[in-house]
Write a protein that binds this ligand. Structure first.
Ligand SMILES: Cc1cc2nc3c(=O)[nH]c(=O)nc-3n(C[C@H](O)[C@H](O)[C@H](O)COP(=O)(O)OP(=O)(O)OC[C@H]3O[C@@H](n4cnc5c(N)ncnc54)[C@H](O)[C@@H]3O)c2cc1C
Length: 499
């Protein structure tokens, strides 16, 4: 048998295939269960050029460089001429802070309290890299909170500081993909922060377009869900698909997500994965992060807005011509009997609502497309899993109630709760992903991802026939598209040296 089978056509699988093809390997066959390439880089393309990123959103870490070369996703996007004219935007800047139940403006002292609290949180994050072995991000942040709350800077506004801290922690959970910061090893958190550092680039035509450009010329077979992989035979690896088709090659690279691996490795691999690989897999965790998009349609009729109680005012234009505003929601941690008591638990996981018109900051839009108001909410952990089980009606009703709990929030010009469509991801319950992105758990060895991605040689066979790849195998850049690409390239290199 010759050639290599690749299971999964996300960024890891595509990068592995490109590397193998460049080295002259043939055949290289990608078996993809879904109906499109890109995996967790999934762009929902709507009419009038509106493109919503359900998964990967920004090319993180544009400044990556040094010995490892430039960010490979940036390189791929540049090659395909997919970067916009204004590629560099920071991710979570320009938030407008709203306090639950309060419509008044903040005083200078309150504003200073917010700034101090955020600065103290960032200091806590910076300390994560130097934390003791075994410490979690939660430990480091707790120490930062203790220092802040026992000092004078926020003494007059302790309640506000607590709210800001809770908001910033929710945002951090969405960035890291964790249920709580105590789940994540502190040193891994520092590595991840480095991977997503500095400026970030959205892709105007959608992230999926980068994967589609990478797939050009490759042998990608869609709708081929691999249900079994025999990697123990002398001749190589043989995959069986749900449709009954079988595909054989000298070796296989499997790039399914960590969530899928954890759920299916026992039935997927024959022979089973070695104990060392399973141990590394157990040390890594799969988080759930979801996005809810509100698409406001036919937005001209402002009379309706007033009738149905939506705010008549327009969201402020921030001066960049984009009508983009992000509200940071400062929930009252103590409130149980207030207006939000009837809300489902996941509602308090809504830590921010962003709106975009001509440009959706947390999604993407074709340049020159007609502006249409779109809102976006991110949810992480338990709240994300709970919202996946809720109906569209419940989600819309709850978001509207959340909006009401923060009287300072206004819909963008012309938008109405009467004319809104919900688009949302459900990464946790999707059987092809079973989660959003991975992170090393508190007791994870520093090299757990590398161990997961080691070339595997079955008993009695002279050379490796299987390598696992994907973002979870990336030690430095786990949880990102560039981490996925680098792990795919590394997996291909391991096989090239042995085939
Ligand atoms: C909400 C969200 C936001 C994100 N934001 C960013 C961001 O801003 N920047 C960033 O860099 N990264 C971001 N990420 C992470 C990024 O999307 C992933 O790290 C990356 O896309 C993973 O690529 P992969 O190739 O490792 O895995 P995947 O993309 O999961 O590819 C694996 C492929 O395997 C397929 N598959 C599964 N089971 C089978 C089977 N049995 N047989 C055949 N095929 C199978 C799947 O359909 C999938 O296409 C985000 C992810 C999410 C969910």
């Amino acid at each position: 048998m010759s050639g290599v089978l690749i299971v999964g056509a996300g960024f890891a699988g595509l990068a592995a295939a490109q590397t193998l093809r460049r080295a002259g390997m043939s055949p290289v066959i990608l078996l993809e269960a879904g109906s499109h390439v890109g995996g967790r880089a999934r762009t929902l393309r709507l009419d009038r050029g509106l493109a919503l990123e359900m998964g990967a959103t920004w090319i993180h870490g544009l400044e990556l460089g040094g010995g490892e070369g430039p960010n490979p996703v940036l390189r791929a996007a540049q090659r395909a001429q997919l970067l916009g004219a204004r590629p560099r935007l920071s991710v979570w800047e320009d938030s407008h802070f709203l306090v639950q139940g309060a419509s008044g403006l903040l005083t200078q002292e309150q504003a200073a309290c917010i700034m101090h609290s955020i600065a103290a949180f960032e200091e806590g994050l910076d300390a994560a890299g130097g934390a003791e072995e075994g410490a979690t991000l939660g430990d480091v942040l707790q120490a930062a909170w203790d220092k802040l709350s026992s000092g004078q800077k926020v003494a007059q506004h302790a309640d506000l500081a607590r709210r800001v801290w809770a908001w910033r922690e929710s945002l951090q959970r969405a960035i890291d993909g964790t249920d709580c910061s105590g789940d994540l090893s502190a040193t891994a958190a520092a590595r991840y922060a480095a991977a997503v550092q500095n400026t970030n680039a959205p892709i105007p035509g959608g992230f999926q377009a980068v994967a589609e450009a990478m797939a050009e010329g490759l042998d990608v077979r869609l709708h081929r869900r691999v249900t079994g992989l025999d990697w123990g035979a002398e001749g190589g690896a043989c995959a069986t698909c749900e449709d009954g088709s079988r595909h054989a090659a000298a070796a296989a690279i499997v790039t399914v997500s960590l969530g899928v691996l954890k759920a299916q490795h026992e039935t997927l691999f024959q022979p089973g994965l070695p104990a060392r690989t399973r141990k590394a897999m157990a040390q890594l965790r799969m988080g759930t992060v979801d996005k809810l998009f509100l698409e406001f349609y036919d937005a001209e009729d402002s009379a309706l807005d007033r009738e149905d109680g939506a705010a008549p005012a327009a969201a402020p234009d921030l001066g960049n011509g984009a009508d983009v505003v992000t509200y940071a929601l400062l929930w009252d941690p103590a409130s149980t009997a207030s207006a939000d008591s009837a809300l489902p638990d996941w509602a308090r996981g809504v830590f921010s609502i962003g709106f975009g018109g001509a440009e959706v900051k947390q999604g993407a839009q074709e340049p020159g497309a007609s502006p249409r108001p779109v809102g976006v909410v991110w949810l992480a952990g338990e709240a994300a899993r709970a919202v996946e089980a809720a109906s569209d009606e419940e989600v819309l009703g709850t978001l509207r109630a959340v909006f009401r709990a923060f009287p300072g929030a206004v819909l963008p010009a012309g938008a109405s709760w009467r004319r809104v469509r919900l688009h949302r991801s459900a990464w946790g319950s999707d059987p092809l992903f079973r989660g959003s992105y991975s992170y090393p758990g508190p007791s994870a060895a520093a090299d757990a991802g590398a161990v997961l991605g080691e070339a595997l040689t079955p008993p009695g066979v002279a050379r490796p026939t299987l390598v696992l790849a994907g973002e979870a195998c990336a030690v430095e850049y786990f949880g990102t598209t560039h981490g996925a690409m680098r792990s795919g390239e590394a997996a291909a290199a391991k096989l090239l040296s042995s085939l």
